[in-house]
Ligand binder design. Structure first.
Ligand SMILES: Cc1cc2nc3c(=O)[nH]c(=O)nc-3n(C[C@H](O)[C@H](O)[C@H](O)COP(=O)(O)OP(=O)(O)OC[C@H]3O[C@@H](n4cnc5c(N)ncnc54)[C@H](O)[C@@H]3O)c2cc1C
Length: 327
C-alpha cells in the first residue's frame, strides 16, 4: 500500500490550503472529503454573504475577486473550486473517514471506500456537521431544521427562528422579506454583538417597527405540530402558532471523532483540543489540527482569515521532519 507523507481529512478552505501547501513542498498527499469541494460552504444559505472581505479569504495569495468587498457564497464556491481544479489538487470527494489508528510511526486511515496509510494526518473537519441541539420535546419534528437554505420556501408561512447570531439574523431578515411571518426567540437580552455590523441595525429596526416579533430572555421549551412553547425570565409562558422552526443555535466539532483519534480535550466546557500552536501538531505525534476545529466549542475563535496560516505551519513542520528522517 502506498505510504503517503500526509492524509488531509476535510476539503474545506483550510483542508484545501493544506493540500496546496503540501503540493508546493513536494509532499505525497491526498485530501479526503466526505462531500463536494468545500462542503460546508456549499451547504450555507444560498444568499449568504461573508463577514470577511475577499482578500482575507484568499489561500496562498491567489487573488479572490468579488463584485462587492465581501463576497457571497457562490463567489466563494467559484474561488475554492478553481483553486482545486487549476492546481489539480489530489482530492477524493464523497469519501468519509471513519477511523484513524496509529501503529508504530504510521497511521491507518479508513474511509467508506478505502484504507490509506500515511506518516502524518491533518484533521481539518470544521464544525458545520453537528448542530447544538436544544434537547427539547418536538425537536425531531419535520417542521424543525437546524440548517437554513432559501427564504422562498417560507413565503406565506409562520416561521420561528431560534438564535441571535449571524445565521439566525440573516434567516429572519430574508424570510421576512420574502413574505414570511417571522418571530425571533432570543435566549439573551439583545441581538448578538458579533452580528455583521451592517446587518445588526437592520434587524434591530425591523424588530422596533414590529415587522419581526422578538422574544428576548426567552427559551423554547417544547415544539408541537402547531406551535412552539416559550418560557421567559419571568416564567411567563407563550404559545406561538407556527408552521416552521429554524433552530439556528450554532454548531460544534465532532468531539467523539477527535477523541477516537486520541486527541486530548480540555476538561472545561470549551473542550479545546490539545495542540502545539508553533506547529499545530496535536498530543499525538504526526497528527495535526487545522482550521476552525482548533477552537473546540469556541467556534467563533478560528475562521478562514486567521486559520489559513495553519497550512503553511503544518506543511513546513512535516517537510522538515521528512528531510531530517532522510538525513
Ligand atoms: C454561516 C457562516 C458564515 C461564515 N462566514 C465566515 C467569514 O465571513 N469569514 C471567515 O473567515 N469565516 C467564516 N465562517 C467560518 C468559516 O466558514 C469557517 O471558518 C470555514 O468553513 C472553516 O474552514 P475549515 O476548512 O476549517 O472547515 P470547513 O469549511 O467546515 O471544512 C471541513 C470539511 O471537512 C469535511 N469533513 C468533516 N468530517 C469529515 C470526515 N469524517 N471525512 C471526510 N471529510 C470530512 C466537511 O464535509 C467539510 O467540507 C462562517 C461560518 C458560517 C457557518
Amino acid at each position: 500500500m502506498n505510504m503517503h507523507d500526509v492524509v488531509i481529512i476535510g476539503g474545506g478552505p483550510i483542508g484545501i490550503a493544506c493540500g496546496l501547501e503540501a503540493q508546493k513542498k513536494g509532499l505525497d498527499y491526498v485530501i479526503l472529503e466526505k462531500g463536494p469541494i468545500v462542503n460546508s460552504l456549499f451547504n450555507y444559505p444560498v444568499n449568504m454573504q461573508f463577514f470577511s472581505s475577499s482578500e482575507k479569504l484568499e489561500i496562498d495569495s491567489i487573488p479572490f475577486i468579488s463584485k462587492e468587498a465581501k463576497p457571497k457564497r457562490d463567489e466563494a464556491l467559484e474561488y475554492y473550486r478553481r483553486i482545486v481544479t487549476s492546481n489539480t489538487l489530489n482530492i477524493n470527494l464523497f469519501e468519509k473517514v471513519s477511523t484513524v489508528t496509529k501503529t508504530g510511526d504510521s497511521f491507518s486511515i479508513v474511509s467508506d471506500k478505502k484504507t490509506y496509510t500515511a506518516k502524518n494526518v491533518v484533521v481539518a473537519t470544521g464544525f458545520y456537521d453537528l448542530p447544538n441541539y436544544l434537547n427539547i420535546p418536538g425537536e425531531n419534528l419535520p417542521k424543525v431544521s437546524h440548517y437554513y437554505k432559501d427564504p422562498h420556501f417560507y413565503a406565506g408561512q409562520k416561521v420561528a427562528v431560534i438564535g441571535a447570531s449571524n445565521s439566525a439574523v440573516d434567516a429572519a431578515l430574508e424570510c421576512y422579506r420574502k413574505g414570511a411571518e417571522v418571530s425571533l426567540v432570543i435566549r439573551g437580552p439583545e441581538i448578538g454583538q458579533r452580528v455583521k455590523y451592517w446587518v445588526r441595525p437592520d434587524i434591530i429596526n425591523r424588530i422596533e417597527e414590529g415587522s419581526i416579533k422578538a422574544y428576548y430572555n426567552a427559551q423554547v421549551t417544547k415544539i408541537t405540530d402547531e406551535e412552539i412553547i416559550i418560557h421567559n425570565q419571568k416564567n411567563e409562558i407563550v404559545h406561538l402558532k407556527n408552521d416552521f422552526v429554524l433552530a439556528l443555535t450554532g454548531y460544534m466539532p465532532n468531539f467523539e471523532f477527535l477523541e477516537k483519534l486520541g486527541i486530548r480535550l480540555s476538561d472545561d466546557e470549551k473542550k479545546l483540543p490539545s495542540y502545539d500552536p508553533e506547529t499545530m501538531e496535536s498530543n499525538v505525534d504526526g497528527l495535526y489540527l487545522a482550521g476552525v476545529i482548533c477552537g473546540g466549542m469556541e467556534t467563533h475563535k478560528w475562521f478562514i482569515e486567521n486559520s489559513r496560516i495553519h497550512a503553511k505551519v503544518i506543511m513546513k513542520h512535516i517537510s522538515k521532519n521528512k528531510s531530517m528522517a532522510v538525513d
